[in-house]
Design a protein around this ligand. Structure first.
Ligand code: UDP
Length: 238
């Protein structure tokens, strides 16, 4: 039976938010705080899919800039996302939230492989499903992995929790007076090459009419505010 209730979201967290105030890696205290926010969202009755990036540990493109094969670097990046997924799983389970990690790269002794129908069952049972290893393919990003899983799982929205509080017309760190959009079309994001998510991810969301909500997860309580329709954000839609 197709999924119909309008209460399933995919939350994509950039790897860098797991660093907290560190310059690299995982800050377990900060991950615990993020887990509390996810739990609070779940307690409102939402079904939650999670995708976590790997940029706090490794990005294939940075490795390639220093001479590593791009594909090797990308697989390393995907493995980094599995570490982040396990850290988040641990933090959520400490709060009593049932979770499953499903990896696009099968690693049977660590977590489940990605099986859509099984993920569906987990969600129905109230578990948070953390999708690890992106799409499982090099030359992609976890943003695209998030868009793909959001489409496959029939999510009603893709929430991108990152370090900036929305989509701007120019880089707010460099351009004083840069303007944040409240809403913006997929087409404008693509034609203006705005740095929201990579083009493949935006195109996939557009094809499947999945709104993308970009917000900062750095401020405590922001996820709840966004879900209540209150926080500072940008929605990318048709
Ligand atoms: N990656 C990949 N294929 C995917 C997803 C990720 O090759 O489907 C690799 C890629 O090298 C990427 C790294 O994993 O740089 C970490 O993911 P990403 O950069 O998307 O993490 P984020 O920026 O969200 O922390």
């Amino acid at each position: 039976m197709p999924h119909t209730p309008s209460k399933r979201i995919l939350l994509k967290l950039s790897g860098e938010v797991l660093m907290g105030e560190q310059q690299f890696g995982i800050d377990p205290e900060y991950v615990a705080r993020l887990a509390e926010e996810v739990k609070a969202a779940k307690d409102t009755g939402l079904e939650i899919c999670l995708v976590i990036g790997g940029g706090n540990i490794f990005r294939g493109i940075s490795g390639a800039a220093k001479g590593l094969d791009r594909t090797t670097g990308d697989y390393m990046g995907m493995l980094a996302t599995v570490m982040n997924a396990l850290a988040m799983q641990n933090a959520l389970e400490k709060l009593g939230v049932q979770t499953r990690v499903q990896s696009a790269i099968p690693m049977a002794t660590v977590c489940e492989p990605y099986i859509r129908r099984r993920a569906e069952r987990h969600l129905e049972k109230g578990r948070v499903v953390i999708f690890a290893a992106g799409t499982g393919n090099p030359f992609f990003t976890t943003d695209t992995g998030a868009a793909l899983r959001a489409a496959e799982m029939g999510c009603d929205a893709l929430l991108k929790g990152t370090s900036v509080d929305g989509v701007y017309d120019s880089d707010p760190k460099k351009v004083p007076g840069a303007k944040r959009f409240e809403t913006i079309s997929y087409g404008k994001v693509l034609s203006d090459n705005l740095k929201v998510m990579d083009a493949a991810a935006v195109a996939l969301c557009r094809e499947n009419a999945i709104p993308i909500v970009v917000f900062s997860i750095r401020e405590k309580g922001n996820l709840a505010r966004i879900l209540a329709g209150e926080g500072v954000q940008t929605t990318v839609q048709e």
